[in-house]
Write a protein that binds this ligand. Sequence first.
Ligand SMILES: O=C(O)CCC(=O)C(=O)O
Ligand SMILES: [Fe+2]
Length: 353
Amino acid sequence: MPSVTLPPFPSDVPTHPLLVVDYALIKANDQNEIDKLWKAATELGFWYLKNHEVDPNEMFDMGVETMNMPMSEKMKFEQGDDGMSFGYKASGANAVDETGALDTVEFINIAKDDAIAYPKAVRRSYPAATNARMESTITPFVRKSTEVNMVLMEVFNDRLGLPKGTLAQRHTAEEFSGSEARCIKNPPKPQGMTEEQRAIGAHTDFGSLSFLHNRLGGLQVLVPGTEKWQYIKPIPGHAICNLGDAMALFSGGVLRSNMHRVVTPPGDQAKHERWSLVFFTRPGNSAVLRALIEDSPLIAAAVKKSDDPAKYETGSTSFEWFSRRIKNQRINNRTGPETWQASRGTEHQPAAI
Ligand SMILES: O=C(O)CCC(=O)C(=O)O
Ligand SMILES: [Fe+2]
């Protein structure tokens, strides 16, 4: 990471508070903490996680080393336009809204399947600087992040009233999935630019659980029932966790996959590169995305009282859902606003940008 001291999040910029969940207490089966996690997951779908045992620093180093490679090298590993996420994504390769405005982030996505099988490349190959960090840094990060997400998932499984292991069965280490580690770089705001830029457009996450580490502001959520985007303030040592579409669908909407986006960091922070790191746990490729109504009375009741029960029968596997969303974000695939619409997930306010 750059060794410069980063300016603090400005004190005059409003932020949206999140509940703080203590991972150590969740592991100890503390009922108060489990209640707090449940409240966060069902109301906003975002929370801070502390005592999570994951140190992101070496992954950030991996990100710097990878992004510092020549563009011609990185482009050999670009994710392409066919709906595959793994590999390098150049800045400006994705749309951020229905007008086709471009994103400003570059990132490297490493498949959990490749991290676990290394040195075999089972899904794809990666730039040399990424490979050089695979065994020492990426594979341990993927394993630890998976473990944390699976502990949280078991809590949701039980609170949803699902038979033990129902969600875990859909997220095994063995089955190929869209699970991946992502290190993101957003450049400083160009001199003279006054407008707020969208680094990553409004979206819900595609998979089950996202486990995010960031240092500068820029992440914003659209709080349910409001039309206003609000910053989430990074807190040192606290990860930010959120639920994705797959969990909203499996749970019949009991769990929330909330809209979020990334914009230029506020105030003086805008002058700095913004680095963030995410581990996405996503269902196995063959998992069908639908409400598990046969397995839980709570889920069955939620679907029954929904104004649109059909939306919980997507008819789509996790692989299909994920590929569709990735593919239709790619600017090269854009034909018009319909391409953006085709990239959408379970967004509650699809028109919001
Ligand atoms: O960089 C961030 O803070 C969030 C990134 C994000 O939402 C994503 O990659 O899905
Ligand atoms: Fe996201």
